[in-house]
Design a protein around this ligand. Structure first.
Ligand code: FA5
Length: 341
């Protein structure tokens, strides 16, 4: 028996030594130490050995298994190393192959127009600021002279979180935050998302507004007219004309709506301006004294104007886009057309 074991170890050593890859090694494992392998066959002969010699023989078989397993483990490492080397050699990178092109994003048209508007007004000394999108009824309505039950609330119907907390319907609440914190002179531009219970080709439930506010001594409606006329000429064309129509906002007195001459037909009337030659771009007016008083601003010393425009509206006019929903569908075929200022 001992002789057979020695023979087995010597066969395994030379067989394993000659193996050239893992496949061959796997086969040898089955042959020597597998369930039906040669070592197991020797173990089966244990029953023919006298009982007192069995423990000694059992130990010899175990030692043989350990030795053979060591042969396998050494050879396995050698083969793995060699196979790794071969793989690395075959996997050399062909640096002459063309690289993968990353698709470049483009600025969203709403952001392009927003940047242009902020840029124009910053040239007039307006500082950009932001305000909360979730507001209280007080800031969205009451502080702006729109008390509970006022019919003007219907024009700016929004989404309510509780009876008192809502998504802001315009950027005008930021005026109040700023006037509560800063003393005149004030010249700010607030911008961001606003929400209304609207949904059609020119009205979206979420859209963007930019609001301007100037408070100082001796500010008049003429300052507002001059500023907005200069803005329209820079935004559209030097030939653009502006028209101020009387309007109503509870937070301004007097209030106006501002139209620009149609950029497409130059004022003669076309599809874009619905034949009128004019397109409305924003609401504005002199800040109502009640709003100034709500913010503790001395109305005997200071006056101011405010204006608010919808960025989507300007974007539709500027690019001749027929439906506001195109701006929110995220269709890259549409969006990639606006990669330039
Ligand atoms: C206001 O929101 C006033 N806060 C503007 C203002 C500010 C007036 C300061 C006076 C002083 P109005 O509801 O008209 O006004 O909205 C202003 C602009 O937002 C509109 O001219 C329009 O361009 C845009 N707008 C209104 N509703 C929507 C909507 N659902 N989707 C897209 N744009 C809209």
């Amino acid at each position: 028996m001992e002789g057979k074991l020695k023979q087995l170890i010597s066969d395994a050593e030379s067989g394993i030594g000659l193996a050239i890859d893992s496949k061959e090694l796997d086969k040898l494992k089955i042959e020597y130490i597998g369930k039906n392998g040669r070592l197991t066959a020797l173990l089966k002969g244990l029953k023919d050995i006298p009982a007192q010699k069995r423990p000694v023989f059992g130990k010899l078989v175990n030692d043989a298994r350990i030795k053979i397993e060591q042969f396998f483990s050494i050879k396995e490492n050698q083969i793995k190393q060699r196979e790794k080397q071969i793989r690395i050699q075959s996997e050399t990178v062909d640096i002459t192959l063309p690289g993968k092109k990353n698709k470049l994003g483009t600025m969203h048209p709403i952001n392009i127009i927003k940047e242009q508007i902020l840029d124009i007004f910053s040239g007039f000394g307006f500082k950009a600021c932001d305000g909360p999108e979730i507001e209280t009824d007080y800031y969205n309505f009451q502080a702006l002279n729109i008390p509970v039950g006022h019919p003007a609330r219907d024009m700016q119907d929004t989404f309510y979180i509780t009876e008192n907390i809502l998504l802001r319907a315009h950027t005008s609440p930021t005026q109040v935050h700023v006037m509560e914190q800063e003393k005149p002179p004030i010249r700010i531009l607030s911008y961001g998302k606003v929400y209304r219970s609207d949904d059609d080709a020119t009205h979206s439930p979420m859209f963007h507004q930019i609001e301007g506010l100037a408070i100082d001594k001796k500010i008049t409606l003429c300052d507002l007219k001059g500023l907005l006329d200069a803005f329209a000429k820079q935004m559209f064309s030097t030939k653009t004309k502006t028209r101020f129509r009387p309007s109503y906002f509870p937070f301004t007195e007097p209030s106006v709506e501002v139209d620009v001459s149609c950029a497409m037909c130059g004022g003669s009337g076309c599809r874009l301006c619905k034949g009128t030659g004019w397109i409305e771009i924003l609401g504005a007016g002199m800040v109502n004294h009640r709003v100034l008083e709500n913010c503790n601003i001395d109305t005997s010393r200071y006056s101011g104007f405010a204006f608010g425009l919808g960025i989507e509206r300007i974007t539709l006019i500027k690019y001749g886009i027929p439906d506001i929903r195109l701006l929110f569908e995220n269709d890259t075929r549409f969006l990639k057309q606006f990669n330039k200022w």
